[in-house]
Design a binder for this molecule. Structure first.
Ligand SMILES: [Zn+2]
Length: 185
């Protein structure tokens, strides 16, 4: 079943043009205690001690269901699929749990991508991200320095049988920072 396709097309708080695959899968967060000062870019794939789960980006519908199943532990404001479809989950006025130590003042955006530095980000996906970022920066009165990678905000590591690796590396080396920052500057 394609959960995303069954939901009404309505994005919380977003005034940008909608696309065919956009939708809303509501998850309730806690009210914010701080103003939005950061927008954190994620990729859905990342390091894992289990090689079968390492750097697997998944699908938009699969990721949305993953967030629904685990909503007491992890959550996100927006997920953008490879085709550029945007699914809104936690309302911007509420806290989502997507980055250790920075949840109160941030908005989180997940991009469906393996996050391994090799999987290319689709141009359509990046176009929609830029449009969303433009809208958010304007609405919260922020400039491009507010846009952060998950990797730069979380320095923790995981130990996989004695081998230490950085726990959060997303969105990874394949993410086109220059293109995004140029478009928004
Ligand atoms: Zn992340």
């Amino acid at each position: 079943m394609n959960l995303v396709a069954l939901l009404p097309v309505l994005l919380i708080g977003v005034a940008m043009p909608l696309a065919a695959g956009d939708g809303q899968v509501p998850v309730v967060g806690k009210p914010r205690q701080a103003a939005v000062r950061q927008i954190v870019i994620h990729a859905t794939g990342g390091p894992d001690c289990d090689a079968s789960r390492r750097f697997r980006g998944g699908t938009l519908a699969g990721i949305v269901q993953h967030f629904l199943r685990n909503q007491g532990r992890i959550s996100i404001h927006y997920v953008i699929g490879r085709d550029g479809s945007i699914v809104s989950m936690v309302p911007e006025s509420q806290v989502a749990y997507h980055v250790r130590g920075h949840n109160q003042d941030s908005i989180g955006i997940e991009l469906v991508n393996d996050g391994d530095g090799m999987d290319p980000f689709d141009a359509t996906q990046i176009d929609r991200l830029i449009a969303l970022l433009r809208e958010l920066l304007e609405r919260y009165g922020l400039d491009v320095t507010a846009i952060k990678s998950h990797a730069e905000l979380d320095d923790s590591t995981i130990d996989c049988n004695g081998i230490e690796m950085k726990r959060k590396q997303d969105p990874g080396q394949a993410f086109p920072w220059q293109r995004v920052l140029n478009a928004l500057s």
